[in-house]
Design a protein around this ligand. Sequence first.
Ligand SMILES: Cc1cc2nc3c(=O)[nH]c(=O)nc-3n(C[C@H](O)[C@H](O)[C@H](O)COP(=O)(O)O)c2cc1C
Length: 202
Amino acid sequence: MEEYAEVVRHLEGAEGLAAYELNISCPNVACGGIQFGSNAQMAAEVVAAARKVSRRPLWVKLSPNVADIGAIAKAAEQAGGDALTVANTYPAMSVDFRSRRSRIGNPTGGLSGRAIKPITLRLVYEASRAGGIPVIGLGGIDTAEDVLEYFVVGASAVQVGTANFADPNSCVRIIADLEKLCTSENIHRIRDLRGTFNAESH
Ligand SMILES: Cc1cc2nc3c(=O)[nH]c(=O)nc-3n(C[C@H](O)[C@H](O)[C@H](O)COP(=O)(O)O)c2cc1C
């Protein structure tokens, strides 16, 4: 808990930062290793601790591994968060049955990329309906269509992670495609799409 505030305190004197993003998908060692982001009370405490020492906007990056992301979203907002980043990776495994070993460095690791997009879309939908602060969508975005899908379910902005590993030029490509797609779809302002999801079945 103290380390979050300590880091922010150090960075307050630094130039060129637009905001802080608190990754709360992190084990609280003082609390048996349970993630800050898995519990509304703990999420609120860590956000409040950082809020006290921060003059810059505070984004809170939520863990997707929770039963009710709306409750965590509300707690982070009430504790002073200015925006939510939704979300981090999903604990997973990749196993080689021949060697009986993990294909990655550790027995388990975070699953990211295209496979997680439908799951994280749902979390962005729920987190954005739970409160009033902007939600930044993050999970499996690789195309301009992916970006617009996130906006429709409630995102105000997006981030791109894994796609950059496959192609470091991903963001440049996605932004260029986004402009073309919006033009061809007659979308004048991308923010007009935000939260326009129609829940009626078709
Ligand atoms: C190699 C790798 C390292 C990551 N390290 C961090 C990290 O240090 N802190 C964090 O909050 N998220 C970290 N993430 C999670 C990403 O920021 C992002 O939340 C997640 O991968 C989902 O987005 P994506 O599907 O676009 O990659 C990491 C992801 C990858 C693939």
